[in-house]
Design a protein around this ligand. Structure first.
Ligand SMILES: NC(=O)C1=CN([C@@H]2O[C@H](COP(=O)(O)OP(=O)(O)OC[C@H]3O[C@@H](n4cnc5c(N)ncnc54)[C@H](OP(=O)(O)O)[C@@H]3O)[C@@H](O)[C@H]2O)C=CC1
Ligand SMILES: O=C(CO)[C@H](O)[C@H](O)COP(=O)(O)O
Length: 484
């Protein structure tokens, strides 16, 4: 079927990129009464959307970019849902060259925020609005209500925001969508969301591994335990997903599915971006970093093969009180998860200061309560914490969460010690505990590091009892301290 030329200026909004996410975002918009122009590089995909879902609302299919742009009413709003990088740049140019001043291009893919900043500045010069917009919820969320994190100008949000809010998930009537901040703020927050997603998935994985290795439980038994945890503080979509995966039996082998899946975790890059950005901004996101490295380790077959003979070093487990151990693991999971969120919010705070974004952390927690992959019951309390104190220096310092962490500490320490003693890797459990111990320490060995830096590089140090910077003349005989 060849696509007919659509009526000019007939669509409220357009979506180009009819892949997994774009198709469902377009359907969601149509289901909410918006007239949606749709376009895809390969026209057969556009035709399929109309053929399979045409009755869901008003779709205005376009076979060419010329027709797509012409079908949008002014000021035009066009959503791009294609792969990050060169594909996004190419589609932006195709749109921009056909648009007029005041039109809005919205990139809903997982773009790197610095690319978004670059694109926004370039398009602003051309009189166009460019909105980097995070979307989370996967295929189902895109259709039924995702969490949406748009950046860009306040002016663009006035036109775009009501449409996005209408299709987002809602909690108690509130949309899981808000204007995050200028230029790349939306994509930055989505990147951190994904980083937290990595940490959240890894801590659930560490809990599973410990329960399996220490207690010899089957995946189905662990699924039952996780299902119970999912009734309380740990209630989350990722816990729900884990229960489903662990319960699944492989039809071909009759084994638990988790035992036939190759244990090499994939990644498309958002965890690495979060970690790299955090390193640049000097923010310790140890949970996200360790979760990203853990995926890397799992996907290093040569190194893993080379270390296979080390396996004999692992000690046997002899857990006396099964229920107490399970509760310890639950507490370690909860506390480590809190640390990862706390660190992620710190990264957003640091970026907001660096790039001049006015980001409300309470709003970010609020729009993550539903629709997105990291949706979780405890985000209600996180929202409350940041609404009570917008400048909270760390989430685990909020009195509600601090009490939770303090209550978890004995369990957390036991789990980290036992995992080390028995040779079970728990990188996020243990690094999160180290972060907690580091951040609460009166004195850190950083003082010695400053001394070392001053010794070999004359990098100077500050004193606890005087203003200014100091240096010891280490190479001289009397090693006098001088003010630098
Ligand atoms: N899948 C998910 O759960 C989520 C994905 N995202 C992000 O959404 C974006 C899209 O992902 P997804 O829908 O899964 O991807 P798909 O692989 O399903 O679809 C990719 C789309 O991009 C189009 N495309 C690729 N290269 C080009 C190009 N050079 N020019 C024009 N069009 C191009 C494809 O067109 P064609 O049919 O012609 O090949 C297709 O429509 C990505 O940035 C992804 O990171 C965000 C949140 C969740
Ligand atoms: O954005 C998402 C959810 O919020 C995607 O699911 C994300 O691409 C998954 O990342 P990865 O493939 O690196 O695990």
């Amino acid at each position: 079927m060849a696509l007919a030329t659509p009526t000019p200026s007939s669509a409220d909004i357009g979506v180009t990129g009819m892949g997994v996410m774009g198709k469902n975002l377009a359907r969601n918009l149509a289901r909410h009464g918006h007239k949606v122009a749709i376009h895809n590089r390969t026209a057969s995909r556009t035709e399929a959307v109309v053929a399979e879902h045409g009755e869901e609302g008003t779709f205005i299919p376009a076979g060419s970019m010329d027709d797509f742009v012409a079908s949008l009413s002014s000021p035009r709003v066009a959503i791009i849902m294609v792969q990050a990088g060169a594909a996004t740049d190419a589609v932006i140019e195709e749109l921009a060259s056909r648009m007029d001043e005041g039109d809005i291009i919205v990139d809903c893919g997982n773009a790197l925020f610095s690319d978004t900043r670059r694109r926004e500045a370039a398009l602003r010069e051309r009189g166009l609005h460019f909105v980097g917009c995070g979307v989370s919820g996967g295929e189902e969320g895109a259709l039924l209500g995702p969490s949406i994190m748009p950046g860009g100008s306040v002016e663009s949000y006035k036109r775009l925001g009501p449409m996005l809010e209408s299709i987002s998930a809602h909690v108690d009537g509130e949309p899981c969508c808000t204007h995050v901040g200028a230029d790349g703020a939306g994509h930055f927050v989505k990147m951190v969301h994904n980083g937290i997603e990595y940490a959240d998935m890894q801590v659930i994985g560490e809990a599973y591994d410990l329960l399996r290795r220490a207690l010899g439980l089957t995946p189905a038994e662990i699924a039952d335990i996780f299902a119970e945890w999912n009734e309380g503080d740990l209630d989350s979509y990722l816990m729900e997903v884990s229960v489903e995966v662990l319960r699944r039996v492989d039809a071909r082998s009759g084994k638990p599915l988790v035992d036939v899946i190759v244990d090499a975790a994939g990644q498309k890059g958002t965890g690495a971006w979060t970690t790299q950005t955090a390193l640049t901004l000097g923010v310790p996101v140890t949970g996200i970093g360790e979760a990203t490295f853990a995926r890397g380790l799992s996907s290093s077959p040569v190194q893993r093969e080379g270390a296979r003979e080390f396996a004999a070093e692992a000690a046997d487990w002899d857990v006396q009180d099964r229920d107490a151990f399970i509760e310890d693991v639950r507490q370690a999971l909860y506390a480590s998860k809190l640390v990862a969120y706390s660190q992620g919010f710190n990264l957003i705070q640091a970026a907001a200061a660096e790039y001049g974004w006015d980001i409300s952390l309470g709003d970010m927690a609020r729009i993550w309560r539903a629709g997105c992959i990291i949706r979780a019951r405890f985000l209600g309390e996180v929202t409350r914490a940041y609404e009570a104190n917008a400048d909270l220096p760390l989430l685990i310092g909020d009195s509600y969460f601090h009490h939770k962490v303090v209550a978890a500490l004995p369990s957390w320490r036991r789990v980290v010690s036992l995992s080390a003693l028995h040779g079970v890797p728990a990188p996020v459990f243990s690094s999160s505990l180290s972060y907690y111990d580091g951040v609460r320490s009166d004195r850190l060995p950083a003082a010695l590091i400053q001394g070392q830096r001053d010794y070999f590089g004359a990098h100077t140090y500050k004193r606890v009892d005087s203003e200014g910077s100091f240096h010891v003349l280490w190479a001289t005989e009397d090693r006098k301290e001088v003010e630098a």
